[in-house]
Design a protein around this ligand. Structure first.
Ligand code: 1BN
Ligand code: ZN
Length: 350
């Protein structure tokens, strides 16, 4: 074969190898997102909704539980006793707000390491039923079966339902003083704000996510996607709900943004998710927020999803990016092969 033809052939072969390298690189880059797709749930949850419902009625049996009240102290003792019976370590975080003694309750599982997740619920109830249609009831306190007791019921049952070997990955926090906003000059979310203010920068960095359960007990529970929550964390939870066939409760619709106990966490840069029934049920902040509106089945759905979430995280750890960051990452991922091909073409022309 003449030398010119040989050289031509050699050059063509080099180009084919180069093209193949680029193609393999592009395929690799494009395949990166696929391991991020949700996996099936091999863990069968054992969370018991009837137990959670019993925790709910145990709280409402104390009566309305506004900040600083004797009923709230009794309820606090019930939460502490339950956690300690299940061998959790309990720390009381005392603070004073507008001359009222308030207390956050923190449950941790004995471990050297600090937990990567915080699960939270408020345990106080609104001092006045100011949303009641009957003006005569507006000076009465709220019993808070759904708005207060339901979230606590879920957390207390999780304290025993979570597999022992992964309990240390979760801190259970029961916030005081969430629900007195706009009464006597009070703010909302006072307890959670205090809790986050006390976190050190190192501790903030170590928390991979916070999940709040608030008003999760209604018998016709509906949980749309709360608007201010961290989307990647919300997606992970919604994927699990879909896998567990709970898509009829974890709805694929936006539910607006709520001022709630997850907000101080978001402001501190911690990924956070609010699981909250919206639109608020008709009896919200009325004297009708009573246990008959709630069901063990609804509590079980929420508890199962959170149980599987923690189990999945223990085997398949993901970090959750702030809203918007993941979009930038995806765009970069899709654009990078185009940029690489462009550079290659430019390089070839030289
Ligand atoms: C949730 C339950 N919230 C009160 N009870 C938070 C909230 C704050 C909801 C302001 C609406 C307005
Ligand atoms: Zn409320």
């Amino acid at each position: 074969m003449p030398e010119k033809v040989l050289r031509e052939l050699f050059f063509t072969e080099c180009m084919v190898v180069k093209h193949m390298r680029v193609a393999v690189l592009c395929l690799f880059l494009l395949s990166v997102p696929f391991p991020l797709l949700p996996s099936q749930n091999p863990h069968s949850p054992i969370f018991n909704g009837s137990n959670a419902y019993e925790h709910l009625t145990a709280q409402t049996d104390f009566g309305p539980r506004p900040p600083g009240s004797d009923n709230l102290s009794l309820c606090r003792q019930y939460i502490v006793d339950t956690l300690e019976t299940y061998n959790w370590t309990v720390t009381l975080q005392n603070f004073t707000y507008k001359d009222v003694d308030c207390v956050n309750i923190i449950g941790t599982w004995a471990s050297e390491e600090s937990s990567q997740y915080v699960f939270g619920a408020h345990y106080d109830t609104r001092p006045f039923a100011d949303n009641d249609p009957d003006v005569n009831n507006r000076n009465e306190p709220v019993l808070g079966a759904n708005d207060g007791a339901s979230g606590v019921g879920v957390l207390l049952e999780l304290a025993i339902a979570l597999p022992i070997d992964i309990r240390s990955s979760v801190e259970l926090v029961f916030f005081d003083a969430e629900d007195s906003g706009n009464i006597d000059g009070w703010d909302w979310i006072v307890g959670s704000t205090y809790y986050v203010d006390q976190l050190t920068p190192t501790r903030i960095d170590s928390i991979n996510g916070m999940i709040l359960v608030d008003m999760v007990g209604d018998a016709n529970l509906r949980l749309p996607r709360e608007g201010s929550s961290t989307q990647s964390l919300q997606d992970a939870v919604w994927d699990i709900a879909t896998d567990l066939s709970h898509g009829d409760i974890f709805l694929e619709e936006s539910g607006g943004s709520i001022i709630d106990d997850h907000r101080p966490f978001l402001l501190a840069g911690i990924p956070a998710l609010d699981l909250i029934h919206t639109p608020f049920p008709w009896y919200w902040h009325t004297v009708e927020d009573t246990p008959d509106k709630c069901s063990a089945e609804s509590l079980e759905v929420v508890g199962e999803v959170l149980e599987v979430f923690i189990v999945n995280q223990s085997t398949d750890f993901s970090t959750f990016t702030e809203n918007g960051t993941f979009d930038v990452f995806l765009v970069a991922l899709l654009v990078s092969p185009i940029v690489i091909v462009g550079i290659f073409i430019l390089y070839r022309r030289k």
